[in-house]
Design a protein around this ligand. Sequence first.
Ligand SMILES: [Zn+2]
Length: 104
Amino acid sequence: MNEKYKPEYVASKIPLDQHEYQGWFWHMATKKFYRWNDLPHRKEGIMNELISDDLENLINKVKETTCPKCESAEVGFFFPNEIFNCNECQHEWTGTSPSNKGAG
Ligand SMILES: [Zn+2]
């Protein structure tokens, strides 16, 4: 059984539209979600995990993803294991779920 927990989302002082990428990104070292421009060591931390083409795809995916439960766009993404977490309702799901028929 999974224990319920609420990951911490670190509010940004920068307006969302001024971030290079939108969405919330997981920082493993501190175990918190950050906005892109606030993400500590984002280049080293994330580029180590992913080549840049994948990063681009991933970030687009994060940007387009909304919570399947409450449709919030306040969605955090765990980088290493492709799990999404909703900041609004704490719903958690995997990014590779095949249940997104009828998109577009
Ligand atoms: Zn939600």
